[in-house]
Design a protein around this ligand. Structure first.
Ligand SMILES: [Zn+2]
Length: 832
């Protein structure tokens, strides 16, 4: 990675002034074996200053030939991914012929061999600056071109691209010329794909996956197509521009780093979204959100593209906001906003309170490496929450009018945040720029604290944001439960720092932001908090309970609530909870942060026992209720995750032998691997069981399961083997993640002590060698989060002092260190 340079904002602006890229013809040859593929690019472009010099971005394995206007270029001048082009004419034609290397990290052209049947698949990921690993280009968002792609592939393969393609002779594919698109959106997916085709509203639709998943795609195709149709209908209702490309293919691809990528007409999605095992309905909702999110990008991101990466939020926040609002309004997942409150917003809140936080719309992003680090919970969750506030303030009609005007003005071109704000201001007559200064140009989370009927409104930078929200008052019923006594809208302008909230006399609980309209931390008055402790589960609205659980969560992270107090809330109110979103989110936090990190080691067995008891109660409560499958799945996983002693291990072994949790769910591959992992951690299973499981189902899921289990064995040789593959091997992105997740187990603290020190010594060199995608795995999934001690904090700080750490490693480490410090503080609160 270090042999390629990053593009700076200044360089991009200069090249934009100089060049006018018109057409690109890209020809790929995928028949050259497993190491490299052929790539020939012909770019036709104008130059406003004839005689000037520039460079084309290309990162080949071997550069064979480059010809500019009939003149052979010296291939040895290629440096750090840039080939100099000198003496440009007004009209130019550049041809670049190269062999490119396949990747195994999900960057560039990823190649994957399916262990289930030995078949090979390839797909591109050109985002953010990995396009030049596939083809030569002027790789920046504001040099759009019309692409014509041709591909030679093995004759039995199917090839999918950004536009309609056809096989003209066996193995030879030609694709229609696209409208003007950015280079980071060019996409090709190929292999012996299984395809389901349909049509909606004149748009050809395709769903594709690898052959070994065919039966599972067929099972889910109707649901996927229904969501796609509902998405198109909704967008065609609210946007004046029709869908701007000629077909819509959704390709489910292996070992994909992100959830999905919005390539025009050729969306790539991680193929875990083709479910091989039983999933809770919340997982189907998550998949629907991803489908609808990528569709929003066809307009916002693809039709109109940000000029430079500092407006990445324009893409992501918008798509994220639309995904939740369209999914809630137009699909069967009407409770999508609860998922936003329970699962998604915490991602934004956490990111926004770390030293690495940044404004939703950063003033400047200097280069592509920095841009990649901003692709986080702030761009997605906080940005979407901010847009939700904007819509609440402007009204949906004015918001959509502004957005449509913006599409009209910039279709097939590029735009900036200011262009959007101007369109919204014109449509609404409001001071949208002033709003943006407070919401998009600042960092941190405001806090609303209720004291004696008044709201104390604070902000990290001393200037509170304007908020549109509601407050709810609850009173006790004769049956002892709670009911909504009233809900009031609140318009908190920045200067109303002590707005009054007047509850009726019998109010037992006043909850600010009960409909979760705003992005803010809330703190309850002492009387209301007392009611929450005794009666959280009795609050009737699911969304309000989500807000309360979220408040409890960030009080633990802020050191205002002890881990023990949080676990008391869980023990009291989770067993009766009906929302799968809430049970899943609360259990995850209670296990991953509270029990594994924030509770002192001596108190951990009791914490696990509490969680196990909660999960067993949930299992008992949902016995014989088929519509509670999701809850049972989450509860069964919880029982497995919290098993800690010999008796519980024996019980798990009985489940494995019987092939089912008593009363269900049946142990499908996902649950079997989950269970086997826990047995391996506890030393109650080992290599023979792992090998048998792998032989029974030799899929990539099983390979990942086996890697996780082997790394988790309480044995020095197993740890060393995992370590060597992780830090010194060539594992793919997914196998590296699986190995990392198995490695650190709080039960094995003694065995892992030496590796904790070694982690900080070997992290830098390993991540420098393997690039940003693997750096994220090694700096986050492989971080020893359970070792929440001052010693680990100091080791992490010392590691960060190394000036040679890559940007991705540094960012991952800074974020993990923040969580680690919070865990150390929480342990101190408990007094051990
Ligand atoms: Zn997106």
């Amino acid at each position: 990675m270090s042999d390629t340079s990053v593009l700076t904002r200044t360089e991009a602006a200069e090249r934009h002034r100089q060049l006018d890229v018109r057409t690109v013809h890209l020809d790929l040859d995928l028949t050259l074996g497993r190491e490299v593929f052929g790539s020939t690019t012909v770019i036709r472009f104008g130059c406003t200053t004839p005689g000037a010099d520039t460079y084309v971005d290309v990162k080949p394995a071997t550069l064979h030939r480059a010809v500019l206007n009939g003149r052979e270029l010296d291939a040895t001048t290629l440096r750090a991914g840039r080939l100099p082009l000198t003496g440009l004419a007004a009209d130019n034609e550049l041809t670049v012929e190269a062999h490119m290397a396949y990747s195994h990290t999900g960057e560039g052209m990823h190649r994957f061999t399916d262990p289930a049947d030995g078949e090979d698949y390839v797909y591109t990921q050109s985002f953010l600056d990995d396009g030049p690993r596939v083809f030569a280009s002027f790789d920046q968002p504001d040099l759009k071109a019309r692409y014509t792609v041709t591909v030679t592939a093995p004759p039995q393969w199917t090839v999918v691209g950004n536009s309609t393609g056809r096989q003209v002779t066996p193995g030879r594919w030609e694709f229609a010329t696209t409208p003007a698109i950015s280079s980071y959106l060019v996409s090709v997916v190929a292999g012996p794909l299984h395809s389901v085709r349909a049509e909606h509203d004149g748009i050809p639709l395709g769903l594709h996956c690898r052959r070994s998943l065919a039966a599972h795609l067929d099972t889910d195709a109707a649901e996927l197509l229904e969501i796609t149709r509902q998405g198109f209908d909704h967008y065609h209702r609210v946007f004046r521009h029709r869908y701007p490309f000629d077909s819509y293919d959704q390709c489910f691809v292996p070992e994909f780093n992100a959830g999905a990528m919005e390539n025009p007409g050729c969306v790539t999605l991680r193929d875990e979204y083709i479910f091989r095992s039983a999933v809770a309905d919340t997982k189907r909702e998550e998949r629907a959100l991803v489908v609808v999110h990528e569709m929003a990008h066809m307009w916002f991101g693809d039709l109109v593209t940000m000029k430079w990466w500092d407006d990445l939020w324009l893409n992501e926040s918008f798509a994220e906001y639309m995904a939740y609002s369209v999914t809630a309004a137009s699909t069967r997942f009407t409770g999508a906003w609860t998922g936003f409150a329970a699962d998604r917003k915490p991602w934004g809140y956490d990111a926004d309170q770390r030293p690495s936080t940044h404004p939703v719309a950063p003033g400047t992003v200097d280069d592509t490496a920095q841009a990649l680090q901003n692709f986080d919970g702030i761009s997605y969750a906080k940005g979407a929450a901010a847009l939700r506030q904007l819509v609440a303030w402007l009204g949906e009609d004015a918001f959509l009018t502004g957005v449509n005007d913006y599409f009209d003005e910039h279709a097939f071109g590029n735009a900036t945040l200011d262009d959007l704000l101007r369109a919204l201001a014109a449509a609404s007559g409001r001071d949208v720029h002033g709003w943006a200064d407070r919401w998009l140009r600042t960092t941190g989370v405001d806090t609303l604290r209720l004291t004696d009927g008044r709201i104390e409104h604070t902000s990290p930078d001393g200037t509170p944001r304007p908020h549109q929200l509601t407050a709810a008052h609850y009173r006790r019923t004769a049956e002892g439960t709670l009911e909504l006594a009233g809900r009031v809208p609140l318009d908190l302008t920045a200067d109303a720092t002590a707005a009054p909230v007047r509850p009726a006399a019998a109010t037992e609980l006043t909850l600010l932001n009960d409909t979760d309209l705003s992005y803010v931390k809330i703190r309850l008055d002492p009387g209301s908090w007392k009611t929450v402790r005794s009666s959280l589960g009795a609050v009737p609205e699911e969304l309000a309970r989500a807000v309360l659980w979220s408040a409890a969560r960030d009080q633990v992270r802020d050191g205002e609530l002890t881990p023990g107090e949080y676990l008391e809330l869980v023990a009291a109110h989770l067993p009766g909870e009906t929302s799968v979103h809430l049970v899943d989110a609360v259990l995850s936090f209670a296990r991953d942060f509270v029990a594994d990190c924030a509770v002192p080691p001596a108190a951990r067995p009791a914490a696990l026992a509490t969680l196990a008891q909660v999960c067993r109660t949930l299992l008992r409560r949902t016995e014989g209720e088929p519509d509670r499958t999701g809850l049972r799945l989450v509860a069964a996983r919880g029982v497995i995750n919290t098993a800690a002693d010999r008796t519980q291990a024996t019980e798990l072994r009985d489940w494995l032998a019987a092939g089912t949790v008593p009363g269900g769910p049946v142990l499908d591959p996902d649950l079997r691997w989950h269970l086997l992992l826990r047995l391996c951690v506890l030393g109650a299973a080992g290599e023979p069981e792992i090998a048998a499981e792998l032989a029974a189902d030799p899929s990539d899921t099983s390979e990942e399961g086996a890697a996780r289990c082997r790394a988790a064995l309480p044995d020095p040789a197993a740890k060393e083997a995992a370590w060597q593959t992780l830090f010194h091997g060539e594992l793919s992105n997914y196998l590296a993640t699986a190995t990392a997740r198995g490695l650190w187990q709080p039960e094995q603290a003694e065995l892992l002590d030496r590796l904790t020190t070694r982690y900080f010594e070997e992290l830098g060199p390993a991540t420098a060698r393997r690039g940003p995608a693997l750096a994220r795995v090694l700096a986050t999934a492989a971080f020893p989060a359970f070792a929440a001690t001052e010693r680990t904090v100091r080791a992490a700080e010392a590691c960060l002092a190394d000036p040679d750490l890559t940007a991705a490693t540094r960012r991952g480490l800074v974020d993990q260190l923040d969580t680690l410090r919070r865990a150390v503080r929480a342990r101190a609160l408990t007094g051990q």
